[in-house]
Design a protein around this ligand. Sequence first.
Ligand code: NAP
Ligand code: MG
Length: 399
Amino acid sequence: MTKIEMKTPLVEMDGDEMTRVIWKIIKDELIEPFVDLKTEYYDLGLKHRDETDDQVTRNSAEATKRLGVAVKCATITPNAARVKEYDLKKMWKSPNGTIRAALDGTVFRTPITVKGIEPCVRNWKKPICLARHAYGDVYMNTEMRIPGPGKVELVYTAADGTEQRSLVHEFDGAGVVQGMHNLDASIESFARSCFDYGLETHQDVWFATKDTISKVYDHRFKDIFRAVFDAEYAKRFDEAGIEYFYTLIDDAVARVMKSEGGFIWACKNYDGDVMSDMVSNAFGSLAMMTSVLVSPHGYYEYEAAHGTVQRHYYKYLKGEETSTNSVATIFAWTGALRKRGQLDGTPDLCAFADKLEKATLDTIEAGEMTGDLVRITTLPNARKLSTEQFIAAIRTRME
Ligand code: NAP
Ligand code: MG
C-alpha cells in the first residue's frame, strides 16, 4: 500500500504519563501505517522540559509560528508534589500557558458526539463549541480586604502624569474589593479568532456578556466584537449564510439550553471556564472533546481537553490493564492532519483524517469502547476494551 504524502511537517509536542503512552500507540498503529508522517518533534515531557530549562516549550511555540500547525499531547503542569516526584530544578509554568501567550489565541472546545453517548439535554442534537477568551479579567485580578471604614477609588495615572479617579465605594465597615483589566488588542484578537472559526466550521457565532450592568467593561467587549464584525466579517458571513448574534449572558444561557446546538458560543474568560465544564459534562465526558487553539495570526494547535490521566498511568506502570479513552488524542491528530492538508492543498491527507475519525466513532457505535464510556452509554451491547484493544479495534476498521 502506498502511504499518503505530506508536504509540510506538523509540530509534534510529546507529553507525559498515560497520554504519552497513548501518543506512541496512536502513531504506530493508526497513523504511520497509512501516512508518510512528517513531524518536527519536541519532547515536552516534564523530564525534558526540566533538562532544557523549559526552552523546549518555547522552541515548540516558535516552531508553530514557523510551520503553522501543531499537535500537542497532554502535559503535567508541575505542582509541589511533581517537583519532588521528578526532582525538578523549579516549578515550571504550565506549557499550555506558555504556548498560548506565544501564539495569542482563543481555545475552542467541541464535544465529539456519537450514537450511544447521549447529551443530558435532550434537545441538543449538534455539538456546542465553546470559545473561551484566555486573557485577563478575574484571572489577573488584584484584590484587597478592606478592614474598616474608608474610601476606595480607581486611579489611572496617564503616561504624562495626569490622573483620572473614580469612586468604588465609601466603606462604613469591613468588606472586600477587586480590580481587573482587559486589553482592546486582546479582545480584538479574540473576536477575530471566533469569527474566523465560524467561517471555517460554517457555524453561527454567539457572544454574550453582562453589558447592561457592566456598562463600560463588558460594553467594551460588545462594541469591539461589533466593530470587528462590521469592518472585516459581515460580508463573508453573509456569503457563507451564517450569523453573528449578540445577547445578554443570561439570555444566552436560556437559549443554549433550549437550542439544538451547532453553533460557537464565545465567552469571556470566567464565563468560558464555567460554561465549558457545563457543556462538556452535559455532552458526556472530557475524553470526548476536541480542543484547538486558534491564533489570529493563522496558527493552530490541536490537543486533547483532558490531562495526562495520572491514575491510569500508575496502574500501567505496575503492569495492570488500563482502559484509557484515546478518542480526544486521536482527534487532536486528525484535526492537525486535516488542517495541514487544507493549508498544503493535499486532499488525501484530509480524507485520511475523516476516515480515521469515522473508524473511531464506528468502533464506539459498534459497542467497542473504553471503561469511561461503558459507564455512560445507552448502547445495550457495550464491551469494555483495554487501552490497547480499543486502538487495535480502530486499526482493524481502518484496514
Ligand atoms: P486528568 O488527567 O484529566 O484525569 C482526571 C480523571 O478523569 C482521571 O483520573 C480519569 O478518571 C478521568 N479521565 C480523564 N481523561 C480520561 C481518558 N482519556 N480516559 C479515561 N478517563 C479519563 O486530570 P488530573 O488527573 O487532574 O491531572 C493529571 C495531570 O494532567 C496533572 O499533572 C495536570 O497538570 C495535567 N493536565 C494537563 C492538561 C493539558 O495538558 N492540557 C490539562 C489538564 C490537566 P478515573 O481515574 O476515575 O478513571
Ligand atoms: Mg474550569
